[in-house]
Design a protein around this ligand. Structure first.
Ligand SMILES: NC(=O)c1ccc[n+]([C@@H]2O[C@H](COP(=O)([O-])OP(=O)(O)OC[C@H]3O[C@@H](n4cnc5c(N)ncnc54)[C@H](OP(=O)(O)O)[C@@H]3O)[C@@H](O)[C@H]2O)c1
Length: 259
């Protein structure tokens, strides 16, 4: 299936590792022009090198998505280099969970700043361009906890539920302009965050994935691959998904208890 993404200008936040990095590589292989951000310059450039073999173009940009000015510079840099933006993937994030009573206001605020306000601001920055292009796409990387919050899942599950509401609200408001807005609810997927977790536990990452696959009750019996996430998002970004908006897809091997 030709996704016809050649020449499309796509912004990916959190593109220097894990799911976002896989998405940058996939989109570049599909011929898209991809601007992506993260906070670590070396990791950004490593992904740019990996993606450089594809027919597309990539623009790595240092930006902390919690900083409104840095987000604006990211969008400006992408527009200066590639022209009108067609799509945005709000992907930057990190897990924040644990016993509810231990979470201070600062913990809650930090999670909202990283995962909700950044998506709000980035969407607000690109929407005028998407509308000017006669349509466009936003995809929000969320988590299955948005629809099925478990014990000890705050603040992430609450922040992700807000992201789900944002997805639906924007799809309603901007559908008439041809802008589609969807979400991917991620379960457990191989990425940098799990590599770091394995290092902290002093075990091999494959051992951790094996354990997660067996103990988490994933019906398909394994954790997901970042490339599989990238395939789904590339489809959602393409005109092949032209009739999909306001929806959230579980990407979890069947793990979530709700559809
Ligand atoms: N993998 C999973 O199992 C899973 C499950 C549920 C939800 N998710 C969600 O999926 C998304 C991708 O996760 P991942 O597993 O791929 O994580 P990851 O491997 O840790 O990658 C996270 C990416 O976000 C970037 N990032 C983090 N904080 C940032 C900030 N303040 N400003 C700009 N970039 C920032 C990181 O780069 P720097 O650190 O260099 O800035 C990196 O590029 C996240 O939103 C995560 O919450 C993942």
């Amino acid at each position: 299936m030709d996704l016809q993404l050649t020449g499309r200008v796509v912004l990916v936040t959190g593109g220097s590792d894990g799911l976002g990095a896989a998405l940058v590589r996939t989109l570049a292989a599909e011929g898209a022009r991809v601007a992506f951000c993260g906070r670590d310059e070396a990791r950004l450039h490593a992904v740019a090198t990996q993606a450089g073999d594809g027919p597309g173009e990539v623009l790595p940009q240092v930006a902390d998505v919690r900083d409104p000015a840095a987000l604006a510079r990211f969008v400006d840099a992408a527009t200066d280099r590639f022209g009108t933006i067609h799509a945005l993937v709000n992907n930057a994030g990190a897990s924040s969970t644990g016993p509810f009573e231990e979470h201070t206001d600062e913990v809650w605020q930090a999670d909202l700043d990283l995962k909700l306000y950044a998506a709000v601001r980035a969407s607000r920055l690109v929407l005028p361009q998407l509308r000017r292009a006669g349509g466009g796409v936003i995809v929000n990387s969320l988590a299955i906890g948005a629809r099925a919050p478990g014990a000890g899942s705050t603040p992430t599950s609450v922040t992700r539920a807000a992201g789900l509401a944002l997805t639906k609200a924007l799809s309603k408001e901007f559908g008439p302009d041809g802008v589609r807005v969807n979400a991917v609810l991620v379960g457990l997927v191989r990425s940098g965050q799990w590599e770091r977790a394995a290092a902290r536990e002093k075990i091999g990452v494959e051992e951790l994935y094996e354990r997660m696959g067996q103990s988490s009750g994933i019906p398909l019996g394994r954790v997901g691959r970042a490339e599989e996430f990238a395939d789904l998002v590339a489809f959602l970004l393409s005109d092949r998904a032209a009739y999909l908006t306001g929806t959230a897809i579980n990407f979890d091997g069947g793990l979530s208890p709700v559809a």
